[in-house]
Design a protein around this ligand. Structure first.
Ligand code: SF4
Length: 399
């Protein structure tokens, strides 16, 4: 197991003004009374420093972190200690010029905000509040103005999957340094019926692989996207003539997305983009999740408590949690993931296995792959490293 996590995702508050369809936190209008105080949040920063250099990245999430009056002070404290800090605020009127400027002045490295539709109607419908799309667009303009880098996040659901080409092109047009895609994991308000089928996931992963080739910004397939690593390797093998394309089993959704992107690019409705030789560096990997009251979980999508930063130290919790070892042990995986020749680089989404079956070691029920189809081979890790494929959890820094 990695000796330390790459990042700590801290749920700074449950309070949020939106009501998004996929919200894992099931955010509310007001904060909970037992949320970490300013001093406790600063102690969390100290606990992160105890892991030693290179420190884990502090990823501040919510709810809406901007609903905490002390958020800028906490970011300044984390930056003073030498941490990298990203923040994912909700796109409400609080994401205004004044607060964006304060985020910049506090030293925030990257802001992450959501884009779940390519137009106001679809985005606002998903987010549950009218005007959110316009707020998001305006915020990106301000961040461009003040030179605060931002990435855009999309949760892929059945509501937006057919608009991924437009969302990709819009993300680029808005000036994002990256576009990160989450595959819906049915927790909180995210319901299984909002998701897409295993065959459709396969098509989306293949489409994401195509998009990565443009290299116009970092594209990351993150939570719920573990089988993407297997797809990326298979695509590379096809390109090298080592695998028959039929094995990819590209479906109707893939062809639809690819044709739509090609049409949009040739119609001139978006500026032309071309495949660039420039490689983008991805820095994303396994993290752990600290909830608003200090409880610690293997991930934000896996509600199995492994400790609390108020009565233990994070480094001790991380080192002693049996479940974290289990999650990294391919020998313990069950079902298809247990026998899969890709399980050393994939392992399936443990959060999705847990959400759907109640067993975090069960096979990923939303992976369409039949183990043995490609066969065991060496060099998978090298392909992923070269492709800079995302969320590649084995790349954690060692002590
Ligand atoms: S069967 Fe499991 S380990 Fe294999 S590719 Fe699918 S999710 Fe990954």
């Amino acid at each position: 197991m990695n000796k330390k996590p790459i990042s700590i995702m801290w749920e700074s508050t449950i309070a949020c003004g939106l009501a998004c369809k996929h919200c894992k936190a099931s955010a509310k209008k007001t904060p909970d009374p037992d949320e970490l105080s300013t001093e406790e949040a600063m102690d969390l920063v100290d606990q992160m420093v105890e892991f030693g250099k290179p420190y884990p990245i502090l990823r501040i999430t919510g709810g809406n972190a901007l609903m905490r009056d002390d958020i800028f002070e906490i970011i300044k404290c984390a930056k003073g200690e030498g941490l990298n800090v990203t923040i994912a605020p909700s796109t409400t009127p609080l994401l205004n010029r004044e607060n964006i400027t304060k985020l910049k002045e506090a030293g925030t490295d990257v802001v992450a905000i959501s884009i779940d539709g390519a137009d106001a109607e679809s985005h606002d419908n998903f987010r549950g509040v009218k005007g959110t799309f316009d707020t998001m667009v305006k915020a990106t303009q301000i961040m461009n103005d003040v030179k605060l880098p931002f990435r855009l996040l999309t949760t892929v659901t059945k509501f937006n999957v057919r608009n991924l080409p437009e969302i990709f092109l819009l993300s680029k047009r808005l000036g994002a340094i990256g576009w990160y895609l989450y595959m819906l994991i049915p927790t909180g308000r995210g319901k299984i019926e909002h998701g897409i089928s295993p065959a459709e996931f396969e098509d989306v992963f293949n489409f994401i692989y195509d998009l990565m080739k443009y290299r116009v910004m970092t594209i990351n397939a993150i939570a719920g996207s573990e089988p993407f690593r297997r797809v990326a390797i298979m695509r590379r093998l096809v390109e090298e003539g080592k695998l028959n394309e039929e094995v990819l089993r590209l479906g109707e959704l893939y062809r639809f997305l690819k044709n739509k992107l090609d049409n949009l690019l040739s119609s001139g409705s978006f500026e032309k983009i071309e495949v660039s030789a420039k490689k983008k560096h991805n820095n994303f990997g396994k993290g752990i999740f600290v909830s608003r009251n200090g409880s610690v979980y293997p991930s934000s999508f896996m509600p199995i408590e492994i400790g609390n930063v108020l009565n233990d130290r994070l480094a001790h919790i991380y080192a002693s949690a049996e479940i974290l070892r289990d999650l990294n042990n391919t020998k313990k995986l069950k079902g298809r993931c247990g026998i899969c020749e890709f399980n050393d680089v994939c392992r399936g989404s443990r959060s999705r296995a847990y959400a759907v079956t109640g067993d975090y070691l069960a096979e990923d029920p939303y992976c369409a792959y039949q183990p043995g189809t490609v066969g065991k081979r060496e060099g998978n890790e090298a392909i992923l490293q070269e492709l800079r494929v995302t969320n590649f959890s084995r790349q954690a820094p060692s002590l």
